[in-house]
Design a protein around this ligand. Sequence first.
Ligand code: SAH
Length: 401
Amino acid sequence: MKTYKTIVLKKGKEDSLLRKHPWVFSGAIYNADDNLQEGDVVRILTANGDFIAVGHWQIGSIAVRILSFEDEQIDVEFYEKRLSVALDVRRSIGLLRNEESDSHTINNTFRLVHGEGDGLPGLVIDFYADTAVMQAHSVGMHTDRMLIAQALKRVMKDELLAVYYKSETTLPYKADLCQENGFILGSSTNDIAVENGLKFHIDWLKGQKTGFFVDQRDNRSLLEQYSKGRKVLNMFCYTGGFSVYSMRGGAELVHSVDSSAKAVELVNKNIELNFPNDTRHKAFAVDAFKYLDEMGENYDLVILDPPAFAKHRDALKQALRGYTKLNAKAMEKMPKGSILFTFSCSQAVNKDQFRTAIFAAAMQTGRNIRILHQLHQPADHPINIFHPEGEYLKGLVVYID
Ligand code: SAH
């Protein structure tokens, strides 16, 4: 049994914890034991000295990320318990489909752990075939990475061959940690994962996030249904997820655009993997705004999935203007009867604000648009009801006449 250091809250500052919100802000702390190290597990006490929660401490405005509201040890068994619940959820919603008779439904790509949504703040784990890519967003999860890898192996057994740790860009830059990316359990050279029967090269070595945007799976499936006979523009394509689905959906042509030459290389590789020598697809390494200014008026199915325009609340106004400008540029060139899939992954922009930004784009361009679908993050990116901040991805599918 380890004894953990303690943190005592100011009077009344336990209220958010009583509502099971999983963060303690630094301003709520009355005092802390000496020699706390970033990443330490701490027990949190109310001003009266009563135990209230246990979590990872680090320097910053979010001082503690709560792991449990029970007075328990944070050891390999703790992680095993949390991971096995997370896996049960993914199994019960049918995301592990390695041996299907219909090749279109095979799936071995999913998010196993989505931070607070799975009771593990600061931790993300994505599954690609037999490799788990683990990302720590807090010092505590970085400290516990080997325990977590061990627990993951216990839970996944033979379904897991390797754990790749990829936290170089996600940990607080001030923390003095050695955080080289690399395999921390086993190894694998298979970089091909299958999502709904489509194959993707996953660049966990150098790619963005954990190598792939798992969160757009359901939205890509919806796009597939609308692709038949359409001329598709996939703007901000990255690995080309939307492009590959629209090819399978029977699009007449698919153009993928990303400012990164590396992304364009990746989308071409993924198209080749699924549709070798198919001339319907072309990819361009160009800035989005430039492409939209210079393109013709013949795309009748457009996807706009830009990077987060607002990384913080202060950037909100500017971000909303950015979404309006981007969408207006696309809308003004789209013929009558077009369909637009438009997204925002900025956590700081809520769905009403995003919808207002699209409203403004419709006003500016004089287009009549109706909302066909309101989209969001998929079920393997669950939102903890006590932590509304976990909601980040939103999208609209609109019909333009
Ligand atoms: N739609 C993708 C994810 C998009 S991530 C998917 O489903 O996987 C955002 C992408 O936008 C990145 O690949 C980034 O290189 C690209 N990007 C960022 N700024 C851009 C710009 N100004 N013009 C074009 N692409 C841009």
